[in-house]
Design a protein around this ligand. Structure first.
Ligand SMILES: [Zn+2]
Length: 383
């Protein structure tokens, strides 16, 4: 059996990545559309990118209309700016939302039509060059061929894909993540944990992505608690940026599984941020599927040092699960109830959420066989 593996064409990571990598941007086009949000303007991050573009003499326009997790409407507005400003390549500055938006705008620029046309299809025509500059350590979107866009008419989060959506250049400068508040640090860091742990325990796991997944899980357990408690700890921020990149590379090539599959419908219907809804699912989802892959979960337990070689796979797997539940607690993630979602309202839509989850295809990548009924059971167990 063979595997294929893709990554961004170029990655510049570490302190000063923007300074050191900016020359690479010059060759990518004549005029960039910088896709970002209001926070990046407020925190001064956009100014750093604008200064870098000015210093290399690259013309640009700014679209700061990403006001939350991206919707089809935001993508339309962004594409309009891209066209009216006569841009020929894209730069995203922000968390997963601006990066996903950049990919969707690029998809339309290269493939035509509306973004909602691409649900269930592979986006395959070349897109403009894309530069991803993440400002959170978590989504890994800088290293994936996926974009998640909400279809506001059908009220679903569409998972869209295509190798052409892979950014040309990922500029990972931990300086940008220093401005992320603790809640964002926790949510995005646990999102990265899900990416890595799901990729490692996916049916589509493969030797190359395993290396990235294991390394990411180890870094996250070591550095997320530090980055959460002390956002000014440069080493923890740098390590988390690397972990998020590794986790992104891992799930891009091995897929996510049940947590992500079940998380998207919660996000779409109850507007829970992606990382939070994932974290809310870690305990129940991984408990449910643990016995389908004791060896794989066990290897994660040994990697983070909560189990030894002498322990059985089952024992090591359970130790990993406990550690993951502990990390969710350390990061003070609320339950659905604490988040303010009434049980009755949640239960009313379990059937729809379960169908949407299974339809996304992600739960089927779990090693344990997962049917519609299993997904329903897990949703019910969240209260
Ligand atoms: Zn995710």
């Amino acid at each position: 059996m063979s595997h294929s593996f893709i990554m961004p064409k170029q990655v510049v990571s570490g302190v000063n990545a923007l300074e050191d990598g900016k020359e690479l941007i010059r060759s990518l086009g004549h005029k960039a559309l910088v896709v970002t949000d209001e926070f990046m303007i407020k925190f001064g991050n956009l100014k750093l990118v604008e200064d870098a573009l000015k210093s290399i003499g690259t013309d640009y326009a700014v679209f700061a209309g990403i006001t939350g997790e991206p919707t089809d409407k935001m993508i339309e507005a962004g594409f309009e700016t891209y066209t009216s400003e006569k841009c020929d390549f894209l730069i995203a500055l922000g968390g997963g939302s601006p990066i996903d938006s950049m990919k969707a705008i690029g998809a339309i620029a290269g493939n035509g039509g509306k973004i909602t046309d691409y649900l269930g299809k592979v986006i395959d025509k070349p897109c403009p060059n894309m530069v991803a500059i993440p400002t959170t350590a978590g989504t890994g979107s800088e290293a994936t061929q996926f974009t998640i866009i909400t279809d506001t008419e059908r009220n679903i989060k569409m998972l869209l894909k295509g190798a052409v959506l892979m950014p040309t250049l990922a500029l990972i400068d931990p300086r940008f993540t220093m401005t992320a508040p603790p809640k964002i640090t926790a949510a995005t860091g646990l999102d990265a944990l899900c990416h890595a742990a799901e990729a490692y325990t996916s049916r589509k796991n493969q030797p190359l992505s395993d290396i990235f997944a294991l390394s990411a899980v180890e870094r996250i357990f070591k550095y997320l608690p530090i980055a959460y408690k002390d956002g000014n700890n440069v080493e923890a921020r740098e390590q988390m940026s690397l972990a998020a990149l590794e986790a992104g590379i891992a799930f891009n090539n091995s897929s996510v599984t049940i947590i992500h599959g079940m998380s998207r419908p919660i996000g779409a219907l109850f507007h829970v941020a992606h990382g939070i809804s994932n974290a809310m699912l870690i305990k129940e989802c991984f408990s449910y599927v643990l016995d389908g892959a004791y060896d794989r979960f066990g290897a994660l337990g040994r990697k983070i040092g909560v189990a030894t070689k002498e322990d059985s796979d089952e024992k090591a797997a359970k130790a990993f699960l406990d550690a993951a539940i502990g990390l969710v607690k350390t990061c003070e993630i609320p339950s659905l109830e604490e988040y303010g979602i009434p049980k009755a309202e949640f239960e009313k839509v379990i059937d729809k959420m379960s169908e949407d989850a299974v339809f996304s295809g992600s739960p089927a990548n779990t090693m344990k066989e997962i049917k519609l009924e299993d997904v329903k059971k897990i949703y019910h167990s969240l209260y």
